[in-house]
Design a protein around this ligand. Structure first.
Ligand SMILES: Cc1cc2nc3c(=O)[nH]c(=O)nc-3n(C[C@H](O)[C@H](O)[C@H](O)COP(=O)(O)OP(=O)(O)OC[C@H]3O[C@@H](n4cnc5c(N)ncnc54)[C@H](O)[C@@H]3O)c2cc1C
Length: 421
């Protein structure tokens, strides 16, 4: 049963600007409602494709932010090649083109038995199917437990104000300063992302502050994505700028001193960027859906439905599930289509696709004119109930080249348009 029916829903949210923009949404009259929590690559895409493939469905996207700020390409803001406006995407495509109803709220509780979510403003919203796509949360090290300490040391691993904060700190930093960054053990979002970040900051230093250094404290024994690409970059264009320390998990952070302690010693930076260990978004903990390593939501990989016993009609996509799949925007977008298809099949009493296939491609900016890529295809294996890389499908570019730097912009624009356009 819905806690809010359609009339109540419009009364509660009808005054918001977002709903005022979407008369097309009012045409959906099937009485079946899908609620999507989180408007990132996973949530935005599933909302869009549910409406594209079944315009009769009512699709409500609950997302507190007025725009989506893309992590994809955000390391280029640290370099200065892009600015925040370039990675800020509007939800107007979802609402105006596809009739998705946007509710600008946080979901703070899920009642799976009652099939409803509770919103931070006190309202609740009923659903027939629920998709949770809240992205990630962080496990902070000693010294970064308080909001005050966290405010001094941006991770910028959720693009937004912290991305600008880090860029501003790099701009203010003296020539000859030290940028100290840390890399956690996996699983974390975007395996190549931290190494891309080291390169983009090093490229900025090379151009503007050539006496400066990038100190990379990696918790892993070696570079864990596109190793040959980043080793070549650290030893080539960034030799003398990037100092790479493997096997260096963070033991503690002193935010006011801007220092990080690892087994290898204490490293003081003019600018400190600690990327913490990651876990599923908070709402999945609150909803009792965490059952993988106490950090991630378990799912049935054929449909991405939660596999917590007794929980029905709840799906988890994007970075929050513990599936072994890489955590990328491109995969979140691909998973969203599998979920949209499964939901429409289930609501229509049809069988779901028994053999879904996902593809993943990520580009990395290396210098200001060269880039690289990694790609893979993952297919559902019914015997093991796993998504497995299709033999021969995993690939990495042999070296960073300018054609791939240029292609990266088209790839990102495509992903943004496919998810939110
Ligand atoms: C520096 C960097 C570079 C990257 N580069 C690439 C790349 O090149 N290619 C690539 O494919 N991926 C890349 N990624 C990874 C990519 O950004 C993530 O994998 C992707 O964003 C995951 O999508 P998502 O939908 O799971 O989460 P998100 O995109 O984080 O979206 C989650 C949304 O949920 C909302 N939300 C959270 N909780 C609630 C709640 N309780 N109620 C309502 N809303 C809520 C949030 O506001 C947010 O908008 C990069 C990441 C980083 C940090």
């Amino acid at each position: 049963m819905h806690a809010l029916n359609r009339r109540d829903f419009l009364k509660a949210f009808g005054a918001t600007a977002s709903l005022a923009l979407m008369p097309a949404a009012l045409r959906a009259q099937t009485g079946q409602r899908v609620v999507v929590v989180g408007g990132g690559f996973g949530g935005a895409t599933v909302a869009k494709f549910l409406r594209l493939w079944d315009p009769g469905l009512e699709v409500v996207l609950v997302e507190p932010n007025p725009n989506y700020i893309s992590c994809v390409m955000s390391n280029l803001v640290l370099h200065g090649r892009l600015n925040m406006a370039d990675i800020t995407l509007s939800y107007a495509g979802l609402t105006g083109n596809h009739g998705v109803l946007l509710v600008p709220q946080m979901v703070d509780a899920v009642d799976a038995d009652a099939h409803s979510v509770h919103l931070a403003n006190g309202d609740s919203l009923g659903y027939d199917k629920l998709v949770l796509a809240p992205g990630i949360g962080f496990i902070y090290p000693d010294g970064l437990q308080t909001p005050q300490a966290q405010a001094l040391v941006p991770h910028a691993w959720k693009a937004g104000p912290q991305t600008q904060q880090l860029r501003d700190a790099l701009l203010r930093m003296r020539n000859g300063g030290r940028f100290v960054m840390t890399i956690p053990t996996p699983p974390y979002r975007c395996p190549a992302g931290p190494y891309e970040r080291a390169c983009q900051v090093a490229q900025f230093f090379r151009e503007k502050k050539p006496r400066s250094k990038v100190i990379v404290l990696d918790a892993n024994p070696q570079i864990i994505a596109e190793r040959h690409i980043f080793e070549a970059a650290f030893a080539g264009p960034f030799a003398g700028i990037v100092e790479y320390h493997p096997n260096s998990p963070v033991l503690s952070v002193n935010a006011s001193q801007r220092s990080v302690t690892t087994v290898g010693g204490t490293f003081r930076g003019d600018v400190l960027n600690v990327i913490p260990l990651m876990q599923a978004g908070k709402i999945l903990f609150d909803a009792g859906l965490i059952n993988v390593d106490n950090r991630w939501a378990g799912v049935d990989l054929k449909t991405f439905a939660s596999n917590v016993p007794g929980v029905e009609d709840v799906f988890v996509i994007g970075d929050s599930h513990g599936s072994g799949l890489p955590k990328s925007g491109h995969l979140a977008n691909a998973e969203a289509k599998v979920v949209a298809s499964a939901i429409i099949a289930q609501l229509g009493g049809l069988p779901v696709n028994a053999a879904p296939v996902l593809n993943n491609t990520c580009y990395s900016a290396v210098t200001n004119s060269t880039g690289s890529w990694v790609a893979g295809v993952y297919a559902y294996d019914a015997n093991d109930e796993q998504m497995k890389a299709v033999p021969g499908s995993l690939g990495e570019s042999p070296r960073a080249i300018s054609d791939d730097y240029d292609r990266m912009f088209g790839w990102a624009r495509n992903l943004w348009a496919d998810s939110l356009g």
